[in-house]
Design a protein around this ligand. Structure first.
Ligand SMILES: Nc1ncnc2c1ncn2[C@@H]1O[C@H](COP(=O)(O)OP(=O)(O)O)[C@@H](O)[C@H]1O
Ligand SMILES: C[C@@](O)(CCOP(=O)(O)OP(=O)(O)O)CC(=O)O
Length: 508
């Protein structure tokens, strides 16, 4: 049996650019989270040619079986259904499209890889799901969450789990697609190590297509893009590139007529081929700045928020244009402020660190009122610019919500954010992505070598907040750039988590 292939992909937070990023004229700032989704692909334990078993050991009954039919030319992946209720369209589509693509490179490698059958395991970091608590038990803290064993079983079927909104399906699809591309030799580990080389771009185009097709709609795609490339300023692709594939509904026999290589592989030169126009401008949060996320007990449906906002925008084009461009200016100012801070750190690390130390003890509204040394002034101003920009974006996003008649920042979230942002050492915050009731983000200062006071203040506010249950998540920003090939033995807890249950091979 060959070594398992393990690929992880990070979750996401859209810090700025919700709704705007659906339009290629605007961009969004997406931060990739340290929480990751893992896919392990290995040869099936028993010889079962052309069979694939996929399972998610964190959930009850999360097993999906497939048979692969290949006639030397066309590939059809069929679900072997125990019951219709146990369909997993996302996994099925990931297999169908990635296997078809792989077969177009080498039929003999394709047949060889499937000759023993495959087993695929998918598993997510705890942060992707709201962890169940015993009634009356204290709400979790970042310290208590870091004590929980990795990949905790959720003890419910997948359909009943509560998600935290970190983009589990995008990270899942990115990790499955990438692991399969490696297994079938379509991309290499070395190729994957390059951030903007052909291998990653191919993985992106494939995962993005699968995700859109499985969702049955084309969103902006910032979540898949972050899963592949890490934190960046994202500008969306033109959905036209997917038009030939979007026509295929359900019957994969129709896929036979559409070669995938020319659509997905940037290295395949075809005259007049549709191109992927998305733009990725790498980004990273400045040093000594920590992203903190909260899972808020509440729920909002992104598609219905998007529908209403789009409706208002098309009925009020002039007002919308003005509002969109004001929000865009504020978002750009946020990005610029954060980038300036990185430059300042590089230019004079000591002054930067000393200023962070001072600001961490003051509320952001006090920052520009204090007398600082000349050398600290630009750093103070840059932090102040980030604070102001995030507040302006909040105000304008609330306005967008009022106009469209939807709660982009509901009153309870406003209260929670105002209280959080009033703490010493907090730089700013907001509702991520489409907004709504289910999450907030804040940026806090974390001075070197001192207690993490701003984080503790924010945690206290969340703990004492009465209107909603608010739990911190462990995730910070991932400084690894997106999708990553892992070593099975080196991912803490992974081996135990995927081998926990003794699956009979006749399951296949
Ligand atoms: N852990 C998992 N294992 C297998 N499939 C999953 C898992 N998480 C999500 N999926 C698949 O992705 C689909 C959409 O997931 P969902 O969590 O609703 O998306 P999102 O993260 O985009 O909100 C699910 O219906 C399921 O098919
Ligand atoms: C409105 C949006 O611009 C942002 C939505 O971001 P969320 O992070 O809220 O998304 P989900 O996790 O899928 O619910 C739609 C889009 O860009 O596709």
């Amino acid at each position: 049996m060959t070594e398992p292939i393990v690929v992880s992909a990070p979750g996401k937070v859209l810090l700025a650019g919700g709704y705007l990023v659906l339009d290629p004229a605007y961009s969004g700032l997406v931060i990739s989270a340290s929480s990751r989704f893992y896919t392990v692909v290995r040869d099936a334990p028993a010889d079962l040619p052309n069979r694939i078993l996929v399972r998610s050991p964190q959930f009850i009954g999360a097993e999906w079986k497939y048979s692969v039919n290949f006639n030397g030319n066309e590939v059809i992946v069929e679900e072997i259904l125990d019951s219709a209720a146990n369909r997993n369209k996302f996994v099925h589509y990931a297999l169908q499209y990635t296997l078809k693509l792989a077969s177009e490179y080498s039929a003999s490698t394709f047949e060889e890889v499937l000759s023993h059958g495959l087993e695929i395991l998918t598993i997510g970091d705890n942060d992707f799901y709201t962890q169940k608590r015993e009634p009356g038990s204290p709400s979790p803290t970042i310290a208590s969450l870091s004590e929980i064993p990795p990949f905790c079983p959720l003890n419910v079927p997948l359909s009943e789990v509560q998600k935290t909104g970190m983009g589990s399906s995008a990270a899942l699809i990115t990790s499955i697609v990438s692991a399969l591309l490696l297994k079938f030799g379509v991309v290499s580990k070395e190729g994957f190590a390059q951030l903007d080389g052909r291998d990653r771009v191919l993985a992106h185009n494939t995962a993005q297509s699968v995700h859109c097709l499985a969702q049955g709609k084309v969103g902006s795609g910032f979540d898949v893009s972050a899963a592949v490339f890490g934190s960046h300023v994202y500008t969306r692709f033109d959905p036209k590139v997917l038009a030939p594939l979007m026509k295929i509904t359900g019957d994969f026999a129709n896929l036979a007529l559409i070669p995938l290589q020319p659509i997905l592989d940037p290295a395949v030169p075809v005259h007049n081929k549709p191109t992927w126009t998305s733009r990725v401008e790498p980004f990273q949060l400045p040093p000594l700045v920590r992203l903190v996320l909260a899972d808020v007990a509440g729920g909002s449906s992104t598609p219905s928020l998007v529908r209403k906002v789009n409706e208002w925008r098309s009925n009020n084009p002039d007002d919308a244009k003005k509002l969109w461009s004001d929000i865009d200016a504020s978002n750009k100012s946020l990005v610029e402020g954060l980038r300036n801070l990185i430059a300042m750190y590089k230019e004079n690390t000591d002054a930067y660190e000393a200023t962070v130390q001072i600001l961490s003890l003051l509320q952001p509204v006090q920052w520009t009122t204090i007398d600082t040394e000349e050398i600290a002034k630009p750093v103070v101003q840059a932090f102040d610019k980030v604070f102001r920009a995030s507040e302006t974006t909040r105000t304008l996003m609330r306005k967008m919500g009022e106009n469209a008649g939807v709660d982009i920042e509901p009153a309870a979230q406003t209260d929670l954010l105002d209280k959080s942002i009033a703490q010493a050492g907090v730089i700013g915050g907001g509702v991520p992505g489409a907004g709504g009731d289910d999450a907030i983000w804040v940026l806090v200062l974390e001075p070197k070598n001192t207690t993490k006071l701003p984080l503790l203040h924010v945690e206290r506010v969340w703990h004492e907040f009465k209107q909603r249950k608010v739990s911190p998540l462990l995730a910070t920003e991932s400084t690894e750039k997106g999708v990553r090939v892992e070593q099975f033995d080196l991912v803490q807890g992974l081996k135990q988590a995927v081998t926990k249950r003794d699956y009979a091979t006749e399951n296949l």
